[in-house]
Design a protein around this ligand. Structure first.
Ligand SMILES: NC(=O)c1ccc[n+]([C@@H]2O[C@H](COP(=O)([O-])OP(=O)(O)OC[C@H]3O[C@@H](n4cnc5c(N)ncnc54)[C@H](OP(=O)(O)O)[C@@H]3O)[C@@H](O)[C@H]2O)c1
Length: 278
């Protein structure tokens, strides 16, 4: 019998029928991340792991997702993505397959803050958090290739200063630090796509949507889209064939958009090398 469009093996042609797709989502207690996790859990044969820092919020998010989707294969793992050691511990205790990593967790503190390791918090969470997650889970993803990474970035991006990534010389402005971090996410997408492509791992970035959240409120923005609308493009990249057919690309509203940051190879490699030093 020919497969139909609702057959999961059509959406994910590399898996055998009834094999699970395992998806790890950071930021899954937040506005967009929770919608991403819920939409993915609502698809057939998917298992979703919420990577969260707060056990109470994580447990609540798992219960909500299980109730609304009926998918009982939803659980959480605790991790602080602003800390390399916490990410490494999660990767070390990870057992079994991993097919998709969605990097979504981010912060926009109004005053400059540092992690206990002394790294400026937006750089640590929004940039190094993505970088360290990809690095730490690359071997897992390779084992289950073809696999993929989706980096939730933004169209609101710019102001990256490679010589002052932590706002030690510049006056800290949370909007400028955020724009820098999202530019970096788009650049690192290109850097990792090149390095991980030969290992069967595709890496893409996207703007989700404009959604009211703790993050957007800190920047003084509201948001005219629902979390589900914001989750649409990241989920599309996480599950549909496009997320494997393309790599190193940046998408808005399910359309590839030319990214000037990603095409500046010298800066992309400079940023990658800078991240390796943390
Ligand atoms: N909202 C928008 O309009 C918009 C527009 C463009 C791009 N984006 C991007 O979309 C993504 C999600 O944003 P959002 O608006 O949904 O933000 P949000 O509601 O504030 O959610 C942020 C999430 O990140 C988690 N997080 C923060 N620091 C963490 C850490 N150190 N360790 C583990 N988890 C941590 C938060 O956990 P807690 O719940 O524990 O705080 C929360 O789950 C971000 O990458 C953002 O840049 C958003």
């Amino acid at each position: 019998m020919l497969p139909t469009a609702s057959d999961p093996s059509v959406r994910w042609p590399y898996l055998k029928r009834h094999e699970m797709r395992i998806v790890l989502v950071t930021g899954a207690t937040g506005a967009i991340g929770k919608a991403i996790a819920r939409q993915i859990a609502g698809r057939p044969d998917t298992e979703v792991v919420l990577a969260c820092r707060n056990a109470q919020k994580a447990g609540q998010a798992v219960r909500e997702i299980v109730e609304t989707t009926g998918n009982r294969r939803v659980r959480y793992e605790l991790v602080d993505v602003s800390r390399k050691s916490s990410i490494q511990a999660l990767a070390e205790r990870w057992r079994g397959p991993l097919h998709v990593l969605v990097n979504d967790a981010a912060v926009t503190p109004r005053r400059r803050q540092e992690t206990p390791e002394g790294v400026e918090l937006q750089l640590a969470t929004n940039v190094l958090g993505y970088f360290w997650m990809i690095q730490a889970f690359a071997d897992h993803l390779e084992r289950w290739a073809p696999s993929r990474v989706v980096n939730v970035a933004s169209y609101w991006a710019g102001d990256l200063d490679l010589a002052d990534l932590e706002f030690r010389r510049r006056h800290y402005d949370n909007n400028q630090a955020y724009r820098q971090s999202k530019q970096a996410d788009r650049m690192l997408t290109a850097a990792f796509a090149e390095r991980l492509g030969p290992r069967g791992i595709s890496v893409n970035a996207c703007h989700p949507g404009d959604v009211r959240s703790a993050l957007s409120n800190n920047l003084g923005f509201g948001g005219h889209q629902t979390p589900d609308e914001g989750a649409r493009t990241p989920v599309w990249l996480a599950l549909e064939p496009i997320g494997h057919e393309q790599s190193g690309k940046y998408f808005e509203q399910t359309q590839a958009v030319c990214c000037p940051f990603a095409s500046d190879r010298e800066s992309v490699n400079g940023l990658y090398e800078a991240c390796l030093r943390f």
